[in-house]
Write a protein that binds this ligand. Structure first.
Ligand code: PTJ
Length: 255
């Protein structure tokens, strides 16, 4: 692993890249996962590498939705496990959500490795190996899932998802929450709640909101969900991206 000096102005971004490369070598992240991360980084740069107001609103709506859910599930892929495995386990515990490893580039070996990795971080009863159900409308191994997990869930949190599967979950009548730095991706548009934030900030934010929101009444949680509008959030994220790009251009030209 390349040693990154703490003084480097892009320290966090470089350390995160190294982590993904290392996790790819361990067989947890797919090779395509590195490319997906690069796309995410570009959007993160454009939203200012921070949790903006639009992200905070989505994170609160997501927590309220999961607290109100009867069978919430967090779907975990290679990138999500590598970047936020420990935090996802923590969030699952607070929200009483099951965790299921569900992969785009599925191999049984990688599912097993990710489950073992999550268990090494304290995860228990992680679903993934030996699937016994299929998400209708999806071809090949991407459809494989568990009856007691994603298949019967009412609310699914699918971070860094591909558009087809998010839509297929919607078609099953589920409430779909995603974490996706690209506000114009098909996943972002297909989901009920789109958190336009980096997963490495989004999950810790959700943990901290869950601790407070757990004490809210059902009516108050419903109010949070009712006042949420995903189309407005996506518009706010796109406006922020345009403004940041213009500000950056003006700053460069003033030099
Ligand atoms: O582990 P697997 O086999 O399930 O594969 C996982 C990937 C991510 C490779 C797979 O789901 C995939 O190809 O996804 P996409 O279609 O590239 O979509 C990933 C989305 O996540 C893109 O819109 C990225 O902008 C976004 N993204 C990437 N990194 C982050 C992110 N969003 C939030 N936080 C990130 N760190």
């Amino acid at each position: 692993m390349t040693e990154i000096p703490k003084s480097h102005p892009r320290y966090l971004s470089l350390v995160t890249r190294e982590r993904l490369v290392e996790m790819m070598r361990r067989g947890i992240v797919s090779e395509a996962g590195l490319i997906a991360h690069g796309r995410g980084e570009a959007f993160d740069y454009l939203i200012g590498e921070k949790s903006n107001d639009f992200a905070i609103k989505s994170e609160k709506a997501a927590v309220a939705t999961m607290l109100l859910a009867e069978r919430p599930v967090i779907s975990v892929n290679g990138n999500a496990a590598a970047l936020s495995g420990k935090e996802i386990i923590g969030l699952g515990e607070i929200l009483n959500a099951k965790i299921e490893v569900n992969l785009f580039h599925r191999t049984e070996d990688r599912v097993k490795k990710i489950v073992e990795y999550l268990e090494s971080l304290g995860g228990r009863n992680i679903l993934g190996p030996d699937p016994d159900a299929r998400i209708p409308g999806l071809d090949h191994a991407r459809a494989l899932c568990h009856k007691e997990g994603i298949y019967s869930a009412d609310v699914v949190l699918v971070p860094l998802e591909d558009g087809d599967r998010a839509q297929a979950l919607k078609n099953m009548g589920k409430t779909v929450i995603t974490i996706d730095l690209n506000p114009i991706s098909r996943t972002a548009r297909a989901s009920d709640i789109t958190i336009v934030d980096n997963i490495i900030r989004a999950i810790p934010n959700m943990i901290s909101f869950s601790k407070d929101m757990k004490n809210l009444s059902i009516d108050d949680l419903k109010k949070v969900v009712k006042s949420y509008d995903n189309a407005d959030i996506l518009k706010e994220a796109l406006n922020a991206i345009s403004e940041n790009a213009i500000n950056e251009w003006e700053t460069q030209n003033r030099k």
